[in-house]
Design a protein around this ligand. Structure first.
Ligand SMILES: *Cc1c(COP(=O)(O)O)cnc(C)c1O
Length: 498
């Protein structure tokens, strides 16, 4: 059977999944002998086997079709709209991929002497400087391999800073209820306890609530700005002053820089430590565990604590790996981080320029607000406060017809659109969190808006359509609990034969 979704993707349901046929082969090494060489002579006896057990026996077209079919069942930002809130699934310029594949970048080895990898070191050095300019912070290390990894590095820096001053009473980090789930996890891993701060009625943390809890047992605060509601922390300057006055440090989760690039620099409102998700804000195909990069940035007084190595330049203009930071928290990763993600980010920033980055932010914020204004009549907005790059709705209006947020999300798949983030942030019951990014044209935004309006009508008139969705995708609705608790991640041919 052949399904064509509205996005134009075709989902071919194979009648047979098992393609292996005894004796079928893709190519053979038999001809080696006619050229006067035995495989054994070339590879050595140990590497040549007559038979491999349980290996699929398939022809070349079988293999090509198998993998091509699998790739078509997938959905990515290159297939269509992908408004995953908090994850910034934006267009990744193809030039980034070209550059990241240049031989000079892919064929170098981490153990090469510094003298022959000057170009790669220069790129890291230049990227370090660009990130410092963008954030206003004075020091950076590109070691961490993801956002959460950057958080862990940053919180360890805060810990070591207090230790270096023999200030041992500070065992808490303050975290608002709008934080990303990785924030409390990073604090716990670094040996802190967390104190949960309730955000105020308008969706941001109030200075009053921080003043009430901040004391000498608190090491610092971890703030996401804009927070996961897409709301700018309006009292951030007052909050930072209160934390600093009591000797604490301020960590900013900068995964969502798409909301203020080129508009405001975190250092200017007093941030001491932050990480950036290069793979979100500065493009790199991600999701599904793909490679990331979460550089950690710090104010001047925290530079001695950065993870090593960082790339520096000596008096003669040679680039080198600097391991000589007196109070370093050590290494966070082997070698220098995910280098090719850094190459993509560097390409992206150079290609966009300061103006381009600011424009991307403006477009991302405009797109989110366009969706917000166009849909607020149809979907309930839990917070009235203006939002930036993402907007959070709920299913409250649809719930009277028995429709859950999950149903709305699954129905979007039938219209060829990837669902947004749902059930996050946790403080919003049945949240639908939409981040369109700057990628989409007005026509594509309008299409999404019209689809959402159509779904809100369906919720009223034929809610069963939503309960049963998705109907035209390759896989129907999963039992998500079972999939999480009892995942089957490998194909065992014997099981199908039974
Ligand atoms: C994505 C995200 C993170 C975690 O980043 P990873 O690279 O997935 O580890 C942390 N905080 C916020 C606000 C995020 O959106």
């Amino acid at each position: 059977m052949n399904f064509i979704s509205k996005s134009g993707l075709s989902f071919e349901e194979p009648l047979i999944f098992e393609r292996s046929v005894a004796g079928r082969e893709g190519y053979s090494l038999k001809d080696f002998t006619t050229h006067g060489a035995n495989p054994e002579d070339i590879f050595g006896d140990d590497f040549v086997r007559d038979e491999i057990t349980n290996f699929p026996e398939v022809s070349e077209p079988d293999v090509v079709r198998h993998f091509t079919r699998l790739s078509q069942w997938n959905y990515g930002v290159d297939s269509g709209f992908y408004p995953l809130g908090s994850c910034t699934m934006k267009y990744n310029p193809k030039i980034n991929e070209e550059v990241a594949r240049l031989d000079g970048f892919t064929s170098i080895h981490p153990y090469f002497p510094e003298s022959i990898v000057q170009g790669a070191l220069e790129l890291i050095y230049n990227l370090q400087n660009l990130l410092k300019n963008i954030t206003g912070l004075k020091g950076v290390s590109l070691q961490p391999a993801a956002g959460a990894h950057g958080e862990l590095a940053g919180i360890k820096i805060i810990k070591k800073y207090h230790q270096s001053r023999s200030d041992s009473k500070r065992k808490y980090i303050l975290i608002p209820d709008t934080a990303h789930g990785t924030n409390p996890a990073s604090c716990t891993l670094a040996g802190f306890e967390t104190k949960n701060i309730s955000s105020g009625p308008d969706g941001y943390v109030t200075a009053e609530s921080i003043a009430a809890i901040m004391d000498e047992t608190v090491a610092g605060i971890m703030l996401t700005n804009p927070n996961t509601l897409g709301v700018y922390e309006q009292e951030i300057c007052k909050i930072i002053k209160i934390v600093h006055e009591k000797g604490g440090l301020v960590y900013a989760d900068g995964a969502n820089m798409n909301a203020f690039l080129g508009k405001v620099r975190p250092a200017d409102f007093g941030v001491d430590v932050m990480h950036i998700n290069l793979h979100k804000t500065f493009s790199t195909p991600h999701g599904g565990g793909g490679p990331g990069s979460g550089p950690v940035l710090v104010s001047e007084q925290l530079i001695p604590f950065l993870p090593v190595p960082i790339v520096a330049k000596d008096d003669s203009g040679q680039f080198f790996l600097n391991y000589d930071l007196p109070s370093t928290i050590g290494r966070m990763k082997s070698f220098y981080g995910n280098f090719l993600v850094a190459v993509r980010a560097y390409t992206y920033i150079r290609e966009m320029g300061n103006k381009g980055l600011a424009q991307a932010t403006e477009d991302a914020v405009l797109s989110a607000n366009y969706i917000r204004a166009s849909l607020k009549e149809y979907f309930h907005l839990p917070y009235d406060t203006d939002s930036l790059h993402e907007v959070v709705f709920t299913n409250k209006k649809q719930s009277e017809y028995g429709v859950k947020t999950l149903d709305i999300a699954k129905r979007l798949i039938d219209y060829g659109i990837h669902p947004p983030t749902i059930y996050f942030p946790l403080i919003v019951h049945e949240a639908i969190m939409i981040e369109p990014t700057e990628t989409e044209s007005k026509a594509d935004l309008d299409n999404f808006i019209n689809v959402m309006i159509a779904i809100s009508e369906e919720a009223k008139n034929s809610p069963e359509l939503l309960h049963e969705a998705p109907k035209i995708s390759f896989r129907r609705r999963m039992d998500e609990v079972k999939a999480a608790k009892n995942p089957k991640l490998r194909w065992y041919p014997e099981e199908t034969k039974k």
